[in-house]
Design a protein. Structure first.
Ligand code: PMT
Length: 412
């Protein structure tokens, strides 16, 4: 039995110390059923030999537009960059040096890789890696902004850590496995959410007690951000209303930052009308201090009581005003997960509630994994085994699309 056809991709290697990681990336891409055409700049060849990449990809490596070739060969290969551009689905550049980013941003085409970039019409994945000062330079920031705004361009930002130049900071090429995983997602992405606008809430809220203290919760935002990333990759316009978190905003997502439940309420209610699907993964405070003192509360030997008022229930309010939107709530429970989810489903007029147990190790708040039950208003409860939040995000969205189809089938 033969497997699926390999996907043709170009791996462009720039001249930086991280070029050695291109070998591992090439191997990961081949393992993921890609047919890899490597293109190396002259500087890249100072760091790693073409032979290494040729051996790993079982393919010749393109190094230059003209050098080391006779007249006949030059004529025959004069349009090689066009040929390569036409026959490959993705151009991955790792490491993308500051020099390459500048060339791409300004359309300079002095070597094979930059010429290929100009002729390329498929997906472009750029993995910048450089010294922290070069990364922070206004020229690099401007070049990256230009490139990020171009269609079908994906930037995988560098990691922070120890750099070859002896400093510590952002600039390290991410691990090849992480780049390969992102490449896989882009190559295999579905477009089943094209035309949808999805409003997602994520993260905790902070309710001030005084100018320096607040009440909050353990939500990291990972669950909501994972759904936002999955939805954007599947073609949706995503509006992400987020409480304060420390994770990067997924590519292509419109971020609205909020802090208190009241601000989150306003930000969401202002945008509900634009959304076809609303998913509320945020852990919103149920109470707040109405009379926040202007000055820091002093410590005394006396007992201190807090008077708390209920916050607006955003999900319930959307449930009251929604028209034909699909409304998905979350339920963070420590027991009777499905029963509690059913109760919230009814009282808040949701189309589905995603229930998760938040008192077991490795799932719920802060963790990379979760274990959830999907409790729809109509139909059976579906339990999803423990898995990374990003994987569950796609399964939740699959179910949301199922609800949409159910509705269409019933003509409403
Ligand atoms: O952010 P992570 O660290 O990845 O953790 C993920 C999570 C555990 C926070 C997430 O999976 C989750 O369960 N989010 C909902 C948490 C929560 O507040 O649950 P709840 O059962 O208290 O609220 C039920 C629903 O009402 C939620 O959709 C919530 O957003 C909404 N709500 C609650 C209170 C309020 N004032 N307004 C609301 O809209």
């Amino acid at each position: 039995m033969t497997g699926p056809e390999p996907i043709p991709v170009v791996l462009g290697v720039g001249g930086g110390i991280a070029a050695y990681k291109a070998a591992e990336l090439a191997r990961a891409l081949v393992k993921d059923n890609c047919r890899v055409q490597t293109v190396m700049t002259a500087a890249a060849r100072e760091f790693i030999t073409p032979l290494t990449l040729a051996a790993l990809t079982s393919n010749k490596v393109i190094t230059d537009l003209f050098s080391d070739r006779g007249a006949d060969e030059i004529l025959a290969s004069a349009v090689e960059h066009i040929q390569v551009a036409r026959t490959h689905r993705m151009l991955i550049v790792a490491p993308a040096t500051a020099d390459l980013l500048a060339k791409f941003a300004h359309g300079l085409a002095g070597d094979f890789l930059s010429t290929l970039y100009l002729a390329f019409e498929g997906e472009v994945v750029l993995c910048p890696a450089m010294n922290s000062a070069m990364w922070a330079h206004p020229a690099t920031i401007e070049n990256l902004a230009k490139l990020a705004a171009r269609p079908r361009h994906h930037i995988i930002p560098p990691d922070s850590g120890d750099l070859a130049c002896g400093t510590t900071g952002p600039g390290r090429l991410p691990e090849p496995a992480a780049i390969a995983a992102k490449v896989h997602r882009i190559l295999h992405q579905r477009h089943d959410l094209d035309g949808e606008t999805i409003l997602i809430t994520a993260g905790p809220t902070r309710e001030p007690l005084d100018p320096v203290r607040f009440i909050s919760n353990r939500s990291s935002g990972k669950m909501g951000y994972a759904i936002a990333e999955a939805a954007a990759e599947r073609g949706a316009r995503v509006i992400l209303v987020s409480g304060p978190v420390h994770i990067p905003v997924p590519e292509g997502v419109e971020l609205v930052e909020t802090e208190t439940a009241a601000r989150m309420h306003d930000a969401v209610m202002e945008r509900v009308g634009q959304a076809s699907i609303i998913i509320k993964a945020a852990a919103v405070a149920d109470y707040y201090v109405a009379a926040v003192p202007n000055q820091k509360v002093k410590k005394t030997a006396m007992r201190l009581s807090l008077e708390l008022d209920p916050t607006p229930d955003i999900l319930a309010e959307i449930g009251r005003v929604k028209t034909d939107q699909i409304l998905i709530g979350f339920a963070a429970e420590t027991q009777n997960m499905v029963d509690e989810a059913r109760r919230k489903l009814k009282t808040k007029n949701c189309d589905m509630v995603v229930a998760n147990l938040v008192n077991q190790d490795g799932t719920g708040f802060e963790s990379d994994d979760n274990e959830v039950a999907l409790v729809p208003a109509e139909g059976d409860v579906v339990r999803l085994d423990r898995a990374p939040k990003r994987l569950l995000a796609d399964q939740i969205l699959d179910r949301v699309l199922g609800l949409r189809l159910q509705r269409h089938a019933r003509g409403r």
